[in-house]
Design a protein around this ligand. Sequence first.
Ligand SMILES: *Cc1c(COP(=O)(O)O)cnc(C)c1O
Length: 265
Amino acid sequence: MSTPEQHPTPDDAAAEARTREIAAGLAAVRERIARAAREAGRADEPALVVVTKTHPAEDVVRLAGLGVAAVGENRDQEARPKAAAVAEALGDAAPRWHFIGQLQTNKAKHAVRYASVVESVDRPELAEALSRALVLRREREPGVEVPDLECLVQVDVDDRADEDRPEGIGPRGGAAPEDVPALAAAIAALPGLRLGGLMCVAPRGLDPEASFRRLAALGEELRRAHPDASTLSMGMSADLEAAVRAGATQVRIGSDVLGARPAVG
Ligand SMILES: *Cc1c(COP(=O)(O)O)cnc(C)c1O
């Protein structure tokens, strides 16, 4: 940062250009969300989670400055130091962290330290590990108010047999639709966890809107047993509009806000 007496450095100029670039991407995505909601005849708009994987903590700080309240990460090794750096820079003004990737049970104790939401709960063992980790954290930090961890059930909405899925796509992350009620009930019953709803990623090679409508139907069923579990997290850069039409309450957008990612990640 330059003080007023200093001339701006090339680094300052690059930092400002990056902020402008993100602001433009964010404005375009917000406009797409608003338009899609309008065209779908919706009175509400889905919440935006900006997916920051592969992008640095500085970009998360920029997003917070632009009013972004929630960011998503899919790898603990990457999210942990990034969340720490953002907390150091912003304190209580840091956005909420949504964990959106495959999570090993032995990483649950890390995730509960920074994540407000785990969107990718796909098996009872993971729910149990998150619950144990959260309860332990409360015991170890009696002076700290640790809210319940919101959990979404990630659903594999792809009906195709593994051998019928496109080349390179093995079994997807996510619980089978028929396993959702039991997993949801387990989450709802575990101490320290709150069942928020459902999440999915549109399977490649299928009509995304049909997949999203499938998740919406599962969500309707879920709310009969759990009326507050109303979150439907679906829609990424390429299929945002289809998700909004199908009733997404939350979209997860990365590249259309922050730019293309390197191939890995
Ligand atoms: C990367 C990722 C996103 C965002 O994808 P974009 O195409 O960059 O918008 C959303 N959800 C999950 C689970 C992801 O891993």
